[in-house]
Every structure is written in structure tokens, then in C-alpha cells.
Design a protein around this ligand. Structure first.
Ligand SMILES: Cc1cc2nc3c(=O)[nH]c(=O)nc-3n(C[C@H](O)[C@H](O)[C@H](O)COP(=O)(O)OP(=O)(O)OC[C@H]3O[C@@H](n4cnc5c(N)ncnc54)[C@H](O)[C@@H]3O)c2cc1C
Length: 412
């Protein structure tokens, strides 16, 4: 049987492992954490959002970004300190502005396709992940941003997604818990939400039942390719003295699904995978009293001005996420970035914020904002990575795509 190693046990690695084992491959997943889904797939915004697939590469985004640089609690934080990776990534991001339409449409198609795969996995394996299929409501505070969003609606339509404009009154009918007044909104009933961590862990258990080997606490150090296979070497990261001696695995192929770690692994393999870590934050609000349970929204929201999203995760949790921070591979949870998320809840909802759990994660972002599903330069090397702000939304489809690449090259 052909043996494939998957590096990374986040949402992209675990969906890839599932898709490969279903296709008849022997699969081993390696991850530097003790459990699956401990990095960016831990506490994200929760949205399965085909309606959020317009890529950010546009002059409007750049103009907003410059104005936000002067505002302390703005949704974007850019650390201007020079780093070659950051500035060259930004140059490529700007170059991609010319592909804005094509990339947005492609991303929408991918997101729609991904729903089918993700829901099929959840149904087949009986995974409870607090799925809510009540749609996503985008909120606009002024005419200009609402009209710009009408242009995005056309792109989404080209990609096959329908969404409807809604008035302030209709917004409040759709989601009575909202307290604000809005210029208007767009509602996408086919979008949904769920807990990425619960899903990934549930799918990882299903993979294990099907024979996938999970090698955790394994910090991958080298990947060597040769004519008859691939050797993956790792150090065990769980020892009290730091990294323990090297162990290795011989297999027939490798798929890199390592989130923000993918760039380093790709360099080692002679490939260039340009993912930049774009930090984001979330708070999970504990809805512990009856009024908060009753007053928290069930329809998922995206406040376009604050760039904040919300997802109801079952009866007792509300996830609120946002912000984009360009400051390299840095996992620190900054109080001044968490504060606007909590304040947004206080300003917009009648929900207690006595108990909130803060979190930060690094979006593995490519300059085009599209994931990389590709063969490497060397035989037997594949990538499924760079899902940026949409890994939860897109991973079902990209797992199937990378599996068919492997299948085309190697027998299962
Ligand atoms: C605040 C925030 C909100 C978000 N909201 C949404 C949303 O609402 N909807 C949506 O679709 N997406 C959202 N995203 C994006 C989504 O969470 C990510 O795209 C997705 O989780 C990335 O998954 P991944 O598997 O690529 O990376 P990860 O989940 O980070 O997994 C990569 C794994 O690779 C492992 N790894 C890396 N290097 C090595 C190595 N050398 N050796 C061993 N293991 C290694 C890591 O330990 C990690 O477990 C959000 C992201 C953030 C930060």
C-alpha cells in the first residue's frame, strides 16, 4: 500500500488525511503539538463563509489599510519594522490586485464546492461541531461601503453564490438581538458556522479509527526525497529538556499542510510557498446566564466597519473574532487587540462579558489569498496549504484536490 505522510494536524492536514485514507492510502500525520488542531485551527471565527471570498487585493483595501495605520484600535495593525519576507510579500500582494476579479470568483467556487465535502465528512462520521445553518449577515454602516459591497455581490454571483441586500428593518428581523442601526446589509442564507476545533478533533478520531497513524509532539526537522521514497525526520518536542533525538519515517510521498510552518518546510524541499503569518484574535464569550443565552445572536454576523465576525457555538458560547496584524511569527495575545472585540460585544449586544477566553492565531496567508494545492518540484512532494482567512471554509475542497494529485501519480 502506498504510504503518505501528512505534515500538520490542523484542519487542512486532518481533512487531507481523511481524504487520502478514504482513497485507499496508508497515512501518517505528524504534528509538533500533542493534539490535533492546536494552532490556527483552535478558536477561529467559525464561519463557513462563501460570502467572504472576495480577495483583499484591491486599492480600496490599501486605502483603508493606510487610514487604519493611524488609528490605535483599528482592525489592522502593521508593524513597520523591516523584514524582507513581510515587504516582499506585500509587493506580491499588490501585484495580485490585477487578478482581483478572477481570484475572487475562483475562491467563491472553491468555497461552495468545499461545503459538500465538509458536510459529507461530518455526516459519515457523526461529528458534532455545533453546526448552525442560519446564514451569514454582513452589516454596513454607510452608503459608500454598502455600494462597494454591491460590486462584491456581482463577483460572488459569478462564482455561483446568491446573496440578498437587506434593509435595517430586515436586519433586525433576521437577527433580533442586534441593537445598532445600519445603512443596510447582505444576507447569505446558504452560509453556516461551526466549531473548527471540535470538527478537526472529531475527524482526527475518525481517521484514527480508519487506521491513520498520528505522530504527535513531533517537530519535523528534515524531509529528504530520493528516487524510491521520502524520509521525514523529526525531533520529539515533549521531553523536559527540550527536543529529544531524531526519529524518522520512510514513506512514498509527503503532503505539507503545515500552516505558517509550510514556508520553512517548502524551502527545505526546494520550493517557494510564500505564506505570511497574519495574526488574528478571538474571544469566546461564555453565555452563562439566561439573559445572555437569550440575547446572543444565532445568525452569524460580519460587521464590515469593525471587521469583526461572530458565530454562535451551541447554546452557551459566542465566538467573536477579527483583526489582522502583520508582525511575523508571533503568538502573543495582546490585551490592546482583545479589548476592541470585547467592547464590540458590549456596544452591539446585551450579553454579559464577565467570562471571555482570549486567543490569537496566525493565518497562513498567500499574496493572492488563494490556497496552494500543488505538486512540489521534486517527485512525491505535495502541498495543501496557505488557506489564509478561509481555511475552515475551503479545506474540504482542497483536501479532495490534493488527494487526486497524489492519486494521479501513485497507486493507492
Ligand atoms: C482570528 C481568526 C479568525 C478566523 N476565522 C475564520 C473563519 O471564520 N472562517 C474560516 O474559514 N477561516 C477562518 N480563519 C482561518 C483558519 O482558521 C485557518 O485558515 C486554518 O485554521 C488554517 O489551517 P491549517 O491546517 O492550514 O493550519 P494550522 O491549523 O495552523 O495547522 C498547521 C499545523 O502544522 C503543524 N506544523 C507546522 N510546522 C510543523 C513542523 N515543522 N513539524 C510538525 N508540525 C508542524 C502545526 O503544529 C499545526 O498544528 C481564521 C483565522 C484566525 C486567526
Amino acid at each position: 500500500m502506498t504510504h503518505v505522510a501528512v505534515i500538520g494536524a490542523g484542519i487542512t492536514g486532518v481533512t487531507t488525511a481523511y481524504s487520502l485514507v478514504q482513497a485507499g492510502f496508508e497515512v501518517s500525520v505528524l504534528d509538533r503539538h500533542r493534539y490535533p488542531a492546536m494552532e490556527t485551527s483552535f478558536a477561529n471565527g467559525g464561519q463557513l463563509s462563501a460570502s467572504h471570498t472576495e480577495v483583499w487585493n484591491s486599492m480600496e483595501t490599501l486605502k483603508k489599510a493606510f487610514s487604519w495605520m493611524r488609528t490605535k484600535e483599528a482592525p489592522l495593525l502593521f508593524n513597520p519594522r523591516f523584514s524582507w519576507h513581510k515587504y516582499s510579500w506585500l509587493a506580491e500582494f499588490m501585484y495580485q490586485i490585477r487578478h482581483h476579479r478572477v481570484n475572487s470568483v475562483a475562491c467563491t467556487r472553491l468555497a461552495i464546492e468545499a461545503r459538500r465535502h465538509l458536510f459529507a465528512m461530518a455526516t459519515a462520521e457523526g461529528i458534532d461541531f455545533d453546526l448552525e445553518q442560519r446564514g451569514i449577515l454582513h452589516l454596513y454602516h454607510d452608503r459608500v461601503s454598502f455600494e462597494q459591497a454591491s460590486h462584491a455581490t456581482q463577483l460572488l454571483k459569478e462564482g455561483g453564490l446568491e446573496r440578498s441586500p437587506v434593509t435595517n428593518e430586515e436586519i433586525h428581523q433576521l437577527e433580533p438581538s442586534l441593537r445598532g442601526r445600519y445603512f443596510g446589509g447582505f444576507y447569505t442564507p446558504s452560509d453556516s458556522t461551526g466549531d473548527i476545533h471540535k470538527f478537526t478533533r472529531g475527524l482526527a478520531r475518525a481517521c484514527a479509527r480508519k487506521g491513520v497513524a498520528f505522530i504527535q509532539d513531533a517537530v519535523v526537522q528534515y524531509i529528504k526525497t530520493h528516487s524510491s521514497g521520502v524520509e521525514v525526520q523529526w525531533k520529539n518536542g515533549c521531553g523536559k529538556d527540550g527536543l529529544q533525538p531524531i526519529a524518522s519515517l520512510h514513506c512514498d510521498a509527503v503532503v505539507v499542510c503545515a500552516g505558517v510552518g509550510s514556508r520553512h518546510l517548502a524551502n527545505m524541499l526546494g520550493d517557494r510557498i510564500n505564506v505570511y503569518p497574519v495574526k488574528g484574535y478571538s474571544v469566546t464569550v461564555d453565555l452563562s446566564d439566561a439573559d445572555s443565552v437569550a440575547n446572543a445572536p444565532w445568525v452569524s454576523l460580519l460587521d464590515e466597519q469593525a471587521k469583526i465576525v461572530t458565530s454562535r457555538l451551541g447554546e452557551n458560547r459566542l465566538r467573536v473574532a477579527g483583526t489582522a496584524e502583520f508582525s511575523g511569527e508571533n503568538w502573543d495575545i495582546r490585551a490592546d487587540r482583545i479589548r476592541p472585540l470585547v467592547q464590540w460585544v458590549r456596544d452591539n449586544l446585551q450579553v454579559e462579558t464577565e467570562k471571555v477566553t482570549p486567543w490569537a492565531g496566525l493565518r497562513p496567508m498567500t499574496p493572492s489569498m488563494l490556497p496552494v494545492v500543488a505538486r512540489g518540484k521534486r517527485p512525491r512532494v505535495y502541498y495543501n496549504t496557505g488557506h489564509g482567512h478561509l481555511g475552515w471554509t475551503l479545506s474540504g475542497a482542497t483536501a479532495a484536490m490534493v488527494t487526486s494529485l497524489v492519486h494521479n501519480d501513485l497507486p493507492s
